[in-house]
Design a protein around this ligand. Structure first.
Ligand SMILES: NC(=O)c1ccc[n+]([C@@H]2O[C@H](COP(=O)([O-])OP(=O)(O)OC[C@H]3O[C@@H](n4cnc5c(N)ncnc54)[C@H](OP(=O)(O)O)[C@@H]3O)[C@@H](O)[C@H]2O)c1
Length: 325
């Protein structure tokens, strides 16, 4: 709960309330999660403290939890995991004129080290990672947007998707793919997307021609676009890029967020999503204009975070999963 008492400082000016949060003290599987109490965060000069209404979860969270990114980003144990949030500004920093207490915001609150995440009642969010929330959707849907929506926007832009092009999207019904297909369609492209059969009607409703991934992919993909694809966007990794040379048109461009071969072997782009408040504002505008829909597959309580990740780690979520404190 956020109330006035939470902000009562001691005589030293130190806020001393605790909040509920998910934490882990070592790398591992979902069994390392604990629902516990930790000191509530301070905003810092260029951050805001957000009362978390909902937190989106992403595959990178469990890769971090399992220690796979330990050589890339420093970790502060005990870790409060999570980078996506939608909520209300509870406290502003010393110099954060972009936001006022009470503003509804959303953020891809990735910091320079792992810890102080969004699976908590409160989170400190650098303003460079935040924007005002789209007004046409609720907090749960908004929390599903930041990381996946930014990834989609930044790869579609980097690959240069344009009107009249034909685009193949690997992993089209997942968290990132769901946004990317809509952004490519919005740019005026024709979109073919890979997904399991259970997601084909979902993709058709978005305006995408669905095909199954796996054996026979090249034949199925070329049946839809015999001349090949101007752009291939990969949000699945694994074997998805194996047949890229057969599927790309001459001069075609591939971008992947899951397979560095996109750059090293196929001369395209291996993209790492960046927090970016201007891009979040652009996504909010597209959502409020009705150009971008947000699919939330399931919502879990904070105490059930392990179940939320178990579902995500199954690898077949349609759209996004959200946790609500
Ligand atoms: N580099 C970055 O900045 C960045 C950013 C975001 C995500 N990523 C990575 O990108 C990947 C996707 O992220 P996400 O959030 O979209 O994950 P997600 O929501 O879990 O979606 C995964 C999707 O992959 C599909 N899929 C599973 N196996 C497949 C296969 N063999 N071929 C094609 N598609 C397959 C599933 O479709 P069906 O259910 O239809 O089977 C599912 O919809 C993850 O590895 C994630 O870590 C990287």
């Amino acid at each position: 709960m956020v109330d006035d008492a939470l902000w009562n400082a001691t005589a030293d000016g130190v806020v001393c309330s605790d909040m509920k949060a998910i934490t882990y003290a070592q790398f591992g599987n979902t069994e390392v999660f604990e629902l516990t109490e930790v000191a509530d965060p301070h905003p810092g000069p260029d951050s805001i403290v957000v009362e978390v209404k909902a937190a989106g979860i992403n595959p990178v969270d469990y890769k971090v939890r399992e220690g796979y990114l330990a050589g890339l980003i420093d970790t502060q144990f005990p870790v409060v995991p999570g980078w996506d949030v939608a909520g209300v500004v509870a406290q502003v920093g010393l110099d954060t004129p972009e936001f006022q207490v009470g503003d509804e915001v959303y953020a891809y609150a990735r910091k320079d080290s792992i810890g102080g995440g969004t699976l908590a009642e409160l989170v400190a969010v650098p303003v460079r990672t935040a924007a005002h929330k789209p007004s046409s959707i609720g907090f749960e849907q908004a929390a599903a947007v930041p990381l996946a929506g930014l990834t989609a926007l930044q790869t579609v832009r980097r690959a240069g998707v344009a009107s009249g092009q034909t685009v193949l999207v690997h992993g089209a019904a997942g968290g990132v793919g769901s946004f990317a297909v809509q952004l490519a369609l919005h740019a005026g492209a024709t979109v073919v997307g890979t997904a399991s059969a259970t997601n084909h009607d979902y993709l058709r409703d978005l305006g995408v021609t669905p095909i199954e991934y796996g054996d026979g992919l090249v034949e199925r993909a070329l049946a839809q676009s015999p001349a090949g694809y101007d752009i291939i966007l990969d949000y699945a990794g694994g074997a998805s890029l194996d047949h890229t040379s057969e599927l790309l048109t001459k001069g075609g461009v591939v971008a992947s967020v899951a397979d560095p071969r996109a750059a090293t072997e196929f001369g395209g782009h291996y993209v790492w999503v960046r927090p970016d408040s201007t891009d979040l504002e652009e996504l909010a505008e597209l959502i409020d204009d009705g150009a971008l829909k947000v699919e939330v597959a399931n919502t879990f309580a904070l105490a059930d975070t392990a179940d939320a990740y178990a579902e995500l780690e199954g690898g077949h979520v349609r759209g996004k999963i959200v946790v609500v404190p």
